[in-house]
Design a protein around this ligand. Structure first.
Ligand code: SF4
Length: 294
């Protein structure tokens, strides 16, 4: 596997020790992410949400899959798991059912969660498994060099769609909300405070809590689509983001066209019984009847 930082010849980040060291493993730094990547911003927000959370650190679990965002769990000083491609939610579901007292957060990329693991995503939302899922959406498969995928905007250019993508992408918040999640949000890497606050709320929600974070990926998406400098896409998010918590989700398909708005917000926050609660009720009912029938 080629490190994106090596691949792009980006500078090696100097290791600086600071307050986040208790949640981050400083011995694992520098990280592999390219200069201008948004993943580190999301990790910073997650770390701050953990630090603010009343939940004991030894109950906080981080689970990642494969890809650039898949590397997150390796940098966190938590019980953290780097699982196989697309299977982070399946792995997390097993852990969440077996150990409901744990606060489990899946943090992975759009290709990992929404495409290769797309079936796990919709079925975990349908079951309303009590999990937090943070999807960092960089609109392409960055680690493998920039292929288009299920979240690449229509018309966007990548190494495998050099004349423009002709596949309509998933509208991920709409998909997850329609499947039944208790909480659904979308923010961008520009919205640091909102991302942190949303993660804090996700830790409180009982049920499937999902957030898409749109993120710059300068070397494998930005440079082909008019955002070559790391700040270009951040400026696009700053100028074009429209906060609308009550948005009609059917109309918020992802875009990176410089003239299009990007709708963000905490769109869904509703009470539905979680999978663990329903399982607990079932166990209690069966046990009250004298146990499982032979
Ligand atoms: S998501 Fe893009 S910018 Fe970030 S590390 Fe991967 S290739 Fe680099």
């Amino acid at each position: 596997m080629i490190s994106p930082q090596v691949k792009t010849g980006g500078p090696v980040v100097k290791v600086q020790h600071h307050v986040n060291d208790e949640v981050i493993r400083p011995e694992r730094l520098p990280n592999i992410w390219c200069p201008g990547c948004g993943i580190g911003i999301v990790v910073g927000a997650y770390v701050r949400a953990i630090q603010k959370s009343p939940i004991a650190r030894d109950r906080q679990i981080s689970i990642s899959g494969i890809g650039c965002t898949g590397r997150v769990s390796g940098y966190l000083n938590l019980d953290s798991y780097h699982t196989t491609h697309g299977r982070a939610i399946a792995f997390a579901t097993g852990m969440a059912v077996a150990r409901p007292e744990l606060e489990i957060t899946v943090i992975a990329g759009d290709g990992d969660l929404g495409v290769i693991g797309g079936n796990h995503l919709i079925h975990a939302a349908r079951r309303n498994v009590d999990l937090n899922v943070i999807m960092v959406n960089n609109f392409n498969y960055g680690m493998t060099g920039g292929q288009h995928g299920g979240t690449t905007p229509l018309g966007a250019k990548t190494h495998t769609s050099p004349y423009g993508n002709v596949e309509t992408p998933f509208n991920i918040p709409y998909l997850v909300a329609a499947a039944g999640a208790s909480f659904v949000a979308r923010w961008t890497a520009m919205h640091v405070r909102q991302v942190t606050a949303a993660i804090s709320r996700m830790m409180e929600v009982k049920g499937f809590a999902f957030m898409e974070v749109l993120s710059p990926c300068p070397p494998t998406f930005g440079e082909f689509n008019g955002y070559p400098d790391p700040l270009d896409m951040m400026n696009y998010f700053k100028d074009k983001a429209v906060v609308d918590n009550n948005a009609d989700l059917s109309g918020i398909g992802v875009t990176t066209h410089p003239e299009d708005s990007v709708v963000v917000g905490n769109f869904v926050d509703r009470k539905r019984p979680s999978y663990q609660e329903l399982l607990g009720d079932l166990r209690a009912r069966v046990s009250a009847q004298g146990g499982a029938k032979k």
